[in-house]
Design a protein around this ligand. Structure first.
Ligand SMILES: [Zn+2]
Length: 214
């Protein structure tokens, strides 16, 4: 089985949900750059300190630091059988660095129609207190406006409002286009259609499993 897998997908395709499910199914660690950063900051590692300083000064964490963190993470024991990498690489430079220290077996790209994505994002609600996410129709909280997990208030993030979603999608497309062609040239991309309803997510999962069978 091909197990070193990069996850791609625009905001609103449900990439996070599917990656969590796949992680369980395949028994592979879900490595997200967000979690990785938090871990480094918490442990106050050298890389974490460097990154924090740059962010505090208003800068973006440079590719070298992110790549170093990923390299370090992928060398850990739980990655021996493979991994699901989410949020990296973000550009060609990072993609080339990744190639220099590991093999990539496959790139799973979650795709959905614009209409579907806009519906999902504009229905998304977030808890102010704990960050849990809901959807007005698909995953509503038990009582309206109140978080099931912590009782906090649920609200709509500004960039989930319809007028901002289109801009976000445009930016995403422009930023990832070079990455897509990078992996297309290497014949690594598998498109996963996630237009179907949330209830059908296990069918999508089965489809992916079938694709990745030995
Ligand atoms: Zn909450």
């Amino acid at each position: 089985m091909k197990k070193k897998i990069i996850i791609l997908g625009s905001p609103g395709v449900g990439k996070g949900t599917y990656t969590r499910l796949l992680s369980k199914e395949f028994g592979l660690p879900h490595i997200s750059t967000g979690d990785m950063f938090r871990e480094h900051l918490k442990k106050k590692t050298e890389l974490g300190k460097k990154a924090k300083k740059i962010v505090n000064e208003g800068g973006l964490v440079p590719d070298e630091i992110v790549s170093e963190m990923v390299k370090h993470r992928l060398a850990q024991e739980d990655c021996n059988n493979g991994w699901l990498l989410d949020g990296y690489p973000r550009n060609i430079n990072q993609a080339e660095t990744l190639q220099s220290f590991t093999k990539v077996d496959s790139v799973l790209r979650f795709v959905a129609d614009k209409k579907v994505i806009i519906d999902r994002l504009s229905g998304r609600r977030v808890c102010k207190k704990c960050g849990a996410t809901y959807h007005v129709r698909n995953v509503p909280p038990k009582s309206e406006g109140i978080c099931d997990k912590c009782g906090g208030d649920i609200y709509q993030r500004k960039d989930d409002k319809p007028e901002f979603i289109k801009t976000r999608l445009k930016i995403y497309k422009k930023q990832t286009a070079p990455l897509i062609s990078f992996y297309q040239k290497r014949d690594l991309i598998t498109d996963v259609n996630v237009n179907s309803e949330y209830e059908k997510r296990y069918e999508v999962l089965e489809w992916i499993k079938e694709k990745f069978k030995d």
